[in-house]
Design a protein around this ligand. Structure first.
Ligand SMILES: [Zn+2]
Length: 164
């Protein structure tokens, strides 16, 4: 039994609320948000965003990976975004394991060789935000005139605090 049928039912009600819109493909705020897949973080309501307002790029931890950069380059060069927010959060799943242990477990379980695969866990959430902001600033594919902010979302209170 999967949950998918419930999604299709729920979508019927959403269609009624949505109506027909013809929003521009370029995000209105010109902002791209890099954040975690965490289920307790509803990015749009937390930031006051509506349909068409911003790009929200998500992966485990909200880490700046090669594929995040790929999305960001398209966001900026094709779709006009000019500001980036790196938004990590408290109690992240990326804080629940050490890379070496996780890699060893996976190699054992799936009988594969993961060599130096880095699943990008972290311990200090402020540090992870600073690291990822620095990666963006160092990237030759992210122009210097792009504004980059870092912040942390508290999953218990919903509060977002800037990271300096
Ligand atoms: Zn997370």
């Amino acid at each position: 039994m999967s949950y998918f049928e419930n999604f299709i039912k729920a979508n019927q009600a959403y269609i009624d609320r949505h109506g027909t819109a013809h929003l521009p493909i370029k995000p209105k705020t010109k902002v791209a948000i890099i954040t975690c897949m965490d289920a307790r973080l509803h990015v749009a309501p937390a930031l006051g965003l509506d349909l068409g307002d911003a790009h929200i790029l998500r992966n485990a931890g909200g880490r700046v990976t090669e594929d995040m950069i790929r999305s960001l380059v398209i966001s900026q060069q094709q779709l006009g975004t000019q500001e980036v927010v790196v938004l990590h959060h408290t109690d992240c799943g990326a804080q629940t394991f050490k890379n070496a242990d996780f890699v060893a477990d996976l190699e054992e379980r799936f009988q594969v060789n993961l060599q130096d695969k880095n699943f990008l866990p972290f311990t200090d959430v402020e540090e992870s935000v600073r690291q990822d902001v620095a990666l963006l600033k160092d990237s030759p594919l992210i122009p210097d005139d792009i504004t980059i902010f870092g912040a942390i979302y508290d999953v218990d209170t919903g509060r977002i605090s800037p990271v300096q």
